[in-house]
Design a protein around this ligand. Sequence first.
Ligand SMILES: [Zn+2]
Length: 389
Amino acid sequence: MDELLKFAPRPTGAGEMFQLLRDRQPRTRSDLATLTGQARSTIAARVDLLLSSGFVAPAGEATSTGGRPPATFAFNPAARVVLAVDLGATHSRLALTDLVGTVLAEHHEPVAIAEGPGPVLDRVVELGLELLSTAGRPLSDLVSVGVGLPGPVEHSTGRPINPPIMPGWDDADVPGLLSRKLRVPVLVDNDVNVMALGEHTSQWPEVDHLLFVKVATGIGAGIISDGQIRRGAQGAAGDLGHIAVPGGLDLPCRCGNTGCLEAVASGPAIANALANATTSADVVALVRAGDVDASREVRAAGRHIGEVLAACVSMLNPSVIVIGGVVAEAGEHLLAGIREVVYRRSLPLATQHLRIVASRTKGRAGVLGASAMASEHVLSAAAIDALIS
Ligand SMILES: [Zn+2]
């Protein structure tokens, strides 16, 4: 049982001991004493603290080896709730979840991110309080908020940095504005990193190397390597949209360059190539209706994306590439174009076990990731010790 854990550093407090229980396996006080090498009396005191906080709950009785069967305990994800916020340029989705991402209440509505942080975040607070009330949970049960924003974010401060489609948000204190009203820690990251986290934690927890690619108005990737999100020095890692497509068309891009991936393969770029489409949603609708031209253009966009992803595969050697974003809803045509080029252009060792798949979270990757980010923050040893002291 848990052989490796015997050699792990000894927990110093209830928060550390709680880390052993995060796998949700029921354990007895005696199991915990064996795992940590600590005295039964120390274990008992910490279990009592965790039980009274609700983060750990009774989980029935273990099989008896004679005499009275010992009681077991396990992590109780329902103990508290987190608010998960996925803000896009024109659309928002909020979810109240438990501490392992189970959605308890959810709401989505149009948003104009360009109205600026004041009005948009006031609305987030209002909706967050409504979700708490829908789920029948008091504000005191809320322990943190996770937010995904459609632009670059300095992860350490949670502030957007020169976000191109978010006028008025540059350097806005998003965590400060929300935590003043909700009184809990607020974690912020860009939407693609948050989506990568959501897809990873909810669908591919056993995969350590995953690339999540969002194909919508822009094109970007969230990189998970060795199980961790990789943001790079300035948080700009994964910004695939402005990589020049090898052998691509010389089309002008909104960044000032020409031939960027976004200029040839984003939703608006595909719509531009079609007579009867103006938005990404139009493109998806046409493909679904069986329009041959739209399907051909989407597949061609997939090939362009594949050219850039082939280089990413050589660089990062992911075992799963997940394709998400509105354009991915066009279905197999986009994936087929991507697979065609990636498998042809990458070396066999890198593609031997590589899977290229569509997002499975059905528009929820953002809130699931925001929830995971928020929960992870409050379940650390230090945060648990602070919460129960
Ligand atoms: Zn560009």
